[in-house]
Design a protein. Structure first.
Length: 212
């Protein structure tokens, strides 16, 4: 019994300590089996300049190692681009600029929302004992009526990454979209690294950009 208890503890510990990001859902165009691009623009849509720079740089570095040519939007666009809303006509003009510069794909990432979650943690005494009778069970758990649970409150950010083709012979076409949750981010370096790892694993599995 002690071995089983230890196993469950280690599994639970691994679940919360390994990665801050997890894929929640995704969609892929049914008409696209494989998608390769000559040049990808990476856009991290964030008002936090430091986070945006860290994310775009990390993703571009990984793409480079995979043999995929990628460029940070923070290098391509002027700073004023994100300081004001862009009209549809302005975005069409920007798309023409991207085509002229040799881009044929854009990978967007943005935070779509956040929420607080609560984990109730109860201290169990003598967990190896099996309490079979009502008397034993009630006696061991009656403290819940008058004692507060220890509550851990943590933040979850909901994000989405979307891959678009900007091929000259067709309109902007959505190729793939993935929904990733960032769980209780504490350090920007780890959060970015975990997110990029989850994103790249899925792109490789779906044969998108990184084609084996």
């Amino acid at each position: 019994m002690k071995a089983i208890t230890l196993l469950f503890f280690l599994l639970a510990l691994g679940q919360y300590s390994c990665s801050t990001s997890k894929m929640v859902n995704q969609w892929k165009s049914p008409t696209t089996d494989v998608f390769e691009a000559n040049k990808v623009l990476v856009i991290g849509m964030s008002s936090n300049q430091e986070n945006r720079m860290a994310y775009e740089q990390k993703l571009v570095d990984i793409f480079d190692k995979k043999g995929v040519r990628a460029v940070k939007s923070i290098d391509f666009f002027e700073q004023s681009f994100t300081e004001a809303k862009q009209s549809e006509n302005q975005l069409n003009e920007i798309e023409d600029q991207l085509l002229e510069a040799g881009f044929d794909a854009i990978l967007f990432t943005t935070v779509t929302g956040s929420e607080n979650r609560v984990t109730a943690v109860q201290s169990f005494k003598d967990i190896d004992n099996t309490l079979e009778s009502f008397r034993d069970y009630y006696y061991s758990n009656q403290h819940v009526f008058y004692e507060e649970y220890t509550r851990d409150i943590y933040q979850v950010y909901h994000t989405e990454s979307a891959l678009y083709c900007i091929c000259p012979d067709k309109e902007r076409e959505l190729i793939w979209k993935g929904y990733i949750d960032i769980i209780d981010p504490q350090k920007i370096e780890k959060s970015v690294s975990d997110y990029v790892k989850v994103l790249m694993q899925e792109l490789e599995q779906q044969q998108l950009l990184v084609v084996q």
